[in-house]
Structures are given as C-alpha cells and as structure tokens.
Design a protein around this ligand. Structure first.
Ligand code: NAI
Ligand code: UGA
Length: 434
C-alpha cells in the first residue's frame, strides 16, 4: 500500500520504517525540515534500537519524508502521529492534531475526484470521541464529505520507548476502531504483512472509534495504576520490614495478576503515562465523573520521590552536603528525561540545601539543559566520591555492578529507588519498599 504518516517523531518514524520494512511505500510528513532531511538521507531522527538500520535500508527509497502535505493525495491512507501534550490543567492539547487534520483536509480537497474515499487514521493517543468530534470536522472544513470523500478510523499504538521496533513488529494486539467496513478493510490490508511476519498470532480487536481511543487510555492507565498499586503495597511492606519484591514475585505467579509491571520503587515517568493519566482524569471530570483510583495512582506516584528522600533524611542531614543522584532517565535504555522521577528527587534535595552531583550513562546532556547549575559526573564512581549519601533513581544495569566505588563516599548511605544496588557490608542500605 501507499501510506502517508503525519508526524515523524518517535511513533511516526518507527511505524513508517517498520511499514516500509514490511513492503509498503511510506512517506512521513513533518514540519521539521531537519527530520525530513534525515529520513531522506537514511538517518533516523530519533534513537531507538533497530531503527537506524531500518531507516538506513529504506530511507530515500520505500521510506521518504517531506514537509509537503500534497503527498497525501497519492496515498491510500494517512496516519496522524502528532503530539497530544497536556495543557496546564492536565487536559489534552489537541492543537497539533487539529492542525494536522486541517492540512490533510486541504490537501485532499485539491485532489481530482478519487474513486475511493481517503482513510485518515488517528495513531496518536486521543480522548474518546476526538476523532469523530474534533478531527473529522477539521478534515470536512475543506469542503469534504465524510463517508464520500474521506473516512476516519482509530488505530492506537502500544509501543514502548527502547523497544519500539520490536513492539511494533510483534504486538500483543492490534486495535482497529472504525464505523465503516471500507475503513476496516484498509486497516486489515495495511497490517496483513505484519501479521504474516510476526513471531506469534496477533489478535485483532475490531471495534468502534471511541472504544479504540479508550482502549489506549485504559491500557496505559491500567499499567500506571498497577505500578502505583505495587508501590502502595511496597510502602506497606516497608513499614512491616517485609521485602516487597519477594511479595511481588509470589503474587505475580497468579495468572490473574501477572508478573509484569510489579517492580516497586520511585514511580513512573516518561512522555505518556503521566500525560495520559492526567488527560483521561481531566476528560472524565468534564463529563461529570471523578475517577478515584486513577487520581490515587497519580497521588502515590507523586509521593514516592519524597518517601525516597525521607529515608535518606533518616540517616543524614544533607544540608550543605554532597549527595549523588544515580540515574536521570525515566527508565533505563533511553536518554529521555520527560517526567523522570529524577526531577522531584533533585528538587527535593536542593530544597534541603544539598549539593547535588548527578550521573546517568546517557541522559546527562538532556538534564544539563534543564538544570545547568547541577554538577554532573562522568561516571557513577565520580558521583559517589566524597558524597554523604546516594539515591538511585533509574535501574541501569551498570549500577548493579557498583562495589568498591561506595568506599569512596564520605558517608556511605545508599537509598535505592529501583532495587538495583546490592545490599552489602560497609554501606548503610535502604530500599524504598524492601
Ligand atoms: N513516544 C511513544 O513511545 C508513544 C507515543 N504515543 C502517542 O503518539 C503520539 C505522538 O507521540 P510522539 O511520536 O512521541 O511525538 P513526537 O513529539 O516525537 O513527534 C511528533 C512529530 O510531529 C511533528 N509535527 C508537529 N506538528 C506538526 C504538523 N502540524 N504537521 C506535521 N508534523 C508536525 C513534530 O515536528 C514531531 O516530529 C502522541 O499522542 C503520543 O501520546 C503512543 C505510543 C507510544
Ligand atoms: O503510550 C506510550 O507512550 C507508551 O507508554 C508506556 O511505555 P514507556 O513510557 O516507553 O515506558 P514503560 O516501559 O511502560 O515504563 C513507564 C514507567 O513505568 C516505570 N515502571 C515500569 C514497570 C515497573 O514494574 N515499575 C516501574 O516503575 C518505568 O520505570 C517508567 O518510568 C507503555 O508501556 C506503552 O505500551 C505505551 O505505548
């Protein structure tokens, strides 16, 4: 098929490169010329394992990029993979989606009469009814009729950062939301090569558009709440001197609970869990329902960093002292610091008057932009040297190998927010939930 994807960021580029790998002709449309040039030159504009090779193989060939929306006219379907950030009050900001939909409509309106209506697919995470109530009308604004000139559908994306290519090519499920058989048919054709190439059978959920949109929020907020629940349980464990990881391992053996997403600690961050949880809470409240469990999940997540620091307070008065922060990325394997728990940890330490020295294997430069006046170390060993305490925020493997390095601390107090450092003689070790 011939596919256009509006937005060549994390999702757009990954989906485009994977679809090209599966044999489709794909063009991404982005307002950022540097991104467009990179894709056409066969260079990935973002860092994702496996993506460099796919973009190198197909960039400038089956995978192209442009700033010109006119390309949608030559394609069978267009995906919108644009940002859906939060407004100040946590609600979803649809300005990029509406701008993209408007541009797609204008481009389609310039086309000669097409035999089949063009399919516009919402790939981004949007509140239920957004595609019907906010995007389809923007496309129609160009004088087009839904059902005749264009169709809409929802096809949410479940890939994770760091494993996006593998997640896209071997998904747990595909979700197609549509209200027209022609839209379902085109989505089935789009994903047919993926289902053939996948390692296992890929279930397809065919449902309504609003249901598909909601499935994405339910998926993300369920997982975020699962982590908050194990964090809440972990906090209880800590009060009783019980090891939350032993408890989690045992409950994870119950199929109804499942072993994944039971790692308790300093909480969840990233570009999506926080914004999506805030957005669906805000949207539900606007509709008159206050989702109590989701609000509690956010509250637990917001308090974990302070619990980490209060464990440090139990052992050291950090005012005027050097304290090491190990890990800045929101999770290992990425340099992404969006909504990382390291931010409230650093801010809490600074409020206490501590001198923060921070280290991360890859995320230092991103953090330096945000906190230029924090001291950054070139290694964990350098961060620990002379420190009166250390807090672990990201579960990078290399922190598990730290050993003699703790001997160089002025006061070897280690508070671990991710259960990655080994408890050992010679250091005062506190696990957040164990
Ligand atoms: N990042 C992730 O791992 C995942 C993200 N999502 C969702 O996918 C959506 C996109 O997220 P990301 O790819 O992370 O965003 P991103 O910020 O990485 O990429 C968005 C791209 O859109 C471009 N853009 C902005 N306005 C434009 C316009 N009017 N026309 C053309 N291009 C425009 C930007 O230049 C940027 O390259 C969001 O709704 C997000 O919640 C869903 C699953 C995973
Ligand atoms: O919508 C999105 O953008 C994506 O959001 C998450 O993916 P991602 O943000 O890349 O990261 P995760 O691996 O889910 O981790 C999220 C956060 O939860 C934390 N976490 C995760 C698991 C766990 O057991 N404990 C825990 O604290 C991680 O440290 C991290 O801060 C979802 O897992 C993806 O399915 C979804 O597509």
């Amino acid at each position: 098929m011939n596919v256009s994807i509006v937005g060549s960021g994390y999702v757009g580029t990954t989906v485009a490169a994977c679809l090209a790998e599966l044999g489709h002709e794909v063009t991404t449309i982005d307002v950022d010329e540097a991104i467009v040039d990179a894709v056409n030159a066969g260079e990935s504009p973002i860092h994702e394992p496996g993506l460099d090779d796919l973009v190198a193989d197909h960039g400038g060939d089956r995978l192209r990029a442009t700033t010109d929306y006119g390309v949608v006219r030559e394609t069978d379907l267009t995906m919108l993979a644009l940002p859906t950030p939060s407004n100040e009050d946590g609600s979803i900001d649809l300005q990029y989606m509406e701008a993209g939909a408007t541009s797609v409509g204008e481009a389609l309106a310039d086309a000669d009469d097409a035999a089949d209506p063009h399919l516009v697919v919402t790939k981004s995470t949007v509140i239920p009814r957004t595609t019907d109530d906010r995007l389809a009308p923007r496309i129609a604004d160009a004088g087009l009729t839904r059902g005749e000139d264009f169709l809409v559908a929802s096809n949410p994306e479940f890939q994770r950062e760091g494993t996006a290519v593998e997640d896209f090519l071997n998904p747990d499920k595909l979700v197609f939301g549509a209200d027209d058989e022609r839209a379902f048919e085109r989505l089935r054709a789009l994903y047919a090569p993926l289902r053939e190439a996948a390692d296992d059978d890929v279930p397809v959920v065919e449902t309504g558009i609003a249901e598909a949109e909601m499935i994405k929020y339910a998926n993300n907020t369920f997982l975020a709440s699962k982590v908050s629940l194990i964090n809440d349980i972990g906090n209880v464990c800590k009060e009783f001197g019980v090891d939350a990881y032993e408890v989690a391992e045992a409950i994870g053996l119950d199929d109804r609970i499942g072993e994944q997403f039971l790692r308790s600690g300093v909480g969840w961050g990233g570009s999506c869990f926080p914004k999506d949880t805030d957005a669906i809470i805000s949207a539900a409240r606007q509709e008159g329902y206050d989702p109590a469990v989701l609000s509690a999940a956010v509250e637990v997540n917001d308090t974990q960093p302070e619990r980490l620091l209060s464990l440090l307070d139990d052992h050291v008065d950090v005012a005027g002292k050097r304290v090491a922060v190990l890990g800045l990325a929101f999770k290992p394997g990425t340099d992404d610091i969006r909504n990382t728990r390291a931010v409230p940890v650093i801010e809490g330490l600074r409020e206490r008057g501590a001198e923060v020295v921070a280290y991360d294997p890859v995320a230092v430069e991103n953090m330096r932009e945000r906190y230029p006046d924090v001291e950054y170390a070139g290694s964990a060993a350098e961060a620990l040297e002379g420190a009166h305490g250390a807090v672990v925020v990201t579960d990078w493997d290399e922190f598990a190998a730290l050993d003699d390095e703790f001997g160089a601390m002025a006061d070897p107090v280690v508070v671990d927010g991710r259960r990655i450092v080994q408890r050992r003689d010679g250091i005062t070790y506190e696990g957040l939930t164990w």
